[in-house]
Design a protein around this ligand. Structure first.
Ligand code: FES
Length: 112
């Protein structure tokens, strides 16, 4: 797992949604109810930018067709049959970091 700094420390209680880069990957960073979440930047339904959406009841809502995805698990609402990738977030002394699994990490996960 490689960790990438994606922002400075801010007031975590302020809600926000923004697109950031972490190791060449586009990530949607969300501050919601005092926690920070990191998800795929792109909606799997038809490719909208999730950072243009909004949050409600622990989910991010896509601005195009209003599909919703759980901020913690990435799981789509029942009936959508889809999900977005989620990434771990760490708050460190010098900023906010997002962890991106390398190819080697994924390989080890699959084949031990
Ligand atoms: S593109 Fe996101 S719901 Fe359709």
């Amino acid at each position: 797992m490689n960790w990438y700094k994606v922002g400075e420390l801010t007031d975590h209680n302020k809600p926000f949604i923004k697109k950031v880069k972490a190791g060449g990957k586009s990530v949607c960073l969300v501050g919601y109810e005092g926690r920070i979440y990191a998800l795929s930047a792109t909606c799997p339904h038809a490719g909208a930018e999730l950072s243009g959406g909004w949050c409600r009841e622990g989910k991010i809502i896509c601005p195009f067709h209003r599909y919703s995805y759980n901020l913690q698990t990435g799981k789509g609402d029942p009936g959508q049959h889809d999900y977005v990738d989620t990434y771990p977030v760490e708050i460190r002394e010098d900023g906010v970091y997002v962890g991106i699994a390398s190819f080697g990490d994924k390989w080890r996960e699959m084949f031990g």
